[in-house]
Design a binder for this molecule. Structure first.
Ligand SMILES: Cc1cc2nc3c(=O)[nH]c(=O)nc-3n(C[C@H](O)[C@H](O)[C@H](O)COP(=O)(O)OP(=O)(O)OC[C@H]3O[C@@H](n4cnc5c(N)ncnc54)[C@H](O)[C@@H]3O)c2cc1C
Length: 350
């Protein structure tokens, strides 16, 4: 059981900044995200796009913003459960919560902050009969650890950046990489398309286009896939089949947690602290709604800051907290580091 002060569901910009604000209040955080990496929409949808409305950054790439947020919160040593979706929540008699993921990982905390954005990103699956029989038995929709594919025969399907990038990367790791796409054209960065062409010419990637995967074969585990190319249908052996057809966000299991939902978002008390209708559960960032709500990164940062103050009061009832500027108090990391502004010196001038 993973124990923490604030359990954050969603490691997007809002979730990551919550770690920093909670850290200032000496509260520890653990984040769960369905994606294999932190950053939410910024890292999953538009890492290379510039954002122009982050205060004090006239321009910053979404991927760089994620890196900076991770760097900023690192001193507060957040824990991460990545590649897992928060599935169920149970309120205990003492008011604390147990959250269990789809992979069975258990988390226990007095406060839950839902920073789930548009919802958990779920893979778009190809419509193949019996595909669920092979999930995690040779079929994966997200590549978490490329080492998992070392010396294995891997077939990737898809025509976007993920399919191209992973084919390139795995061509050095797997014993064989085959890329199947239903068109001859790929929708990816030009560099990646050129690189795949080069690796194909060198015989390091087998390209099968325009073609479609139409069947799965295996005995308890995937062993081969059936491919249709024009009028021809044939089988191709593999240890892994990885369809990379993109991810789409879904509110998912959170919709069944007894929270007040309005237009696919969680209603919160914005006059006070972004608490939901269940005391101890907060919703911040894109996932919440209240009069005048704006789905912007800076609004998520603001909501996270106020929410942490309320969490502090719940965890430390009756204890007064006096807000201090970081320029005055400095920042004491849980990792033993201390950041502080240089002290003024008193020195006589002769
Ligand atoms: C193309 C594009 C451009 C944009 N440009 C700007 C801009 O210029 N300025 C701006 O301010 N905003 C911009 N936005 C919006 C901005 O990205 C969002 O406001 C911001 O990402 C919200 O952050 P968040 O942390 O609340 O949610 P998200 O970034 O959506 O992160 C939520 C995370 O929660 C996870 N999650 C959800 N449910 C679960 C669950 N049950 N279990 C586990 N994990 C879960 C998801 O996987 C996701 O990683 C843009 C958005 C897009 C798509």
């Amino acid at each position: 059981m993973i124990k923490t002060d604030i359990l954050i569901i969603g490691a997007g910009p809002t979730g990551l900044f919550t770690v920093f604000e909670a850290g200032l209040l000496k509260l520890k955080c653990h984040l769960i995200d369905a994606l294999p990496q932190p950053g939410g929409q910024c890292s999953e949808i538009y890492p290379k796009k510039p954002i122009y409305d982050i205060p004090a950054y006239p321009e910053i790439l979404a991927g760089d913003l994620t890196d900076k947020l991770i760097e900023q919160c690192k001193q507060f040593e957040p824990g991460f459960t990545l590649g897992e979706r928060a599935e169920t929540i149970d309120k205990q008699e003492d008011g604390t919560f147990i959250v269990i993921t789809n992979k069975g990982t258990k988390h226990h905390a007095p406060i839950v902050a839902i920073a789930g954005g548009l919802g958990s990103f779920e893979p778009r699956k190809p419509l193949l009969e019996n595909i669920t029989d092979y999930e995690d038995k040779g079929i994966e929709y997200i590549i978490k650890d490329p080492e998992f594919y070392r010396y294995k025969k891997v077939i990737i399907a898809g025509g976007g950046d993920s399919a191209l990038d992973w084919s390139i990367f795995l061509s050095d790791v797997a014993s064989k990489v085959t890329l199947v796409h239903r068109r001859n054209e790929f929708r990816g960065h030009l560099d990646s398309v050129d690189k795949v062409q080069e690796l194909k010419n060198e015989g390091k990637i087998e390209l099968i286009t325009p073609a479609e995967v139409i069947g799965l074969e295996g005995d308890g585990k995937i062993q081969a896939i059936s491919i249709k190319k024009g009028d021809e249908t044939f089988q191709k052996e593999c240890d892994h089949f990885v369809p990379l057809f993109g991810l789409s966000p879904k509110l998912g299991p959170i919709a069944n947690w007894g929270l007040e939902i309005e237009k696919n978002a969680i209603k919160v008390d914005n006059a006070l602290d972004y608490q939901t209708n269940i005391p101890g559960i907060f919703a911040i960032g894109d996932i919440n709604t209240y009069p005048g709500k704006l789905k912007l990164i800076l609004c998520g940062f603001h909501e996270a800051t106020l929410m942490c103050q309320a969490a502090y009061q719940i965890i430390n009832p009756g204890k007064r907290y006096v807000l201090k500027y970081t320029t005055v108090s400095g920042v004491d990391g849980f990792d033993g580091t201390r950041k502080e502004a240089p002290k003024a010196v008193v020195k006589k001038i002769e």
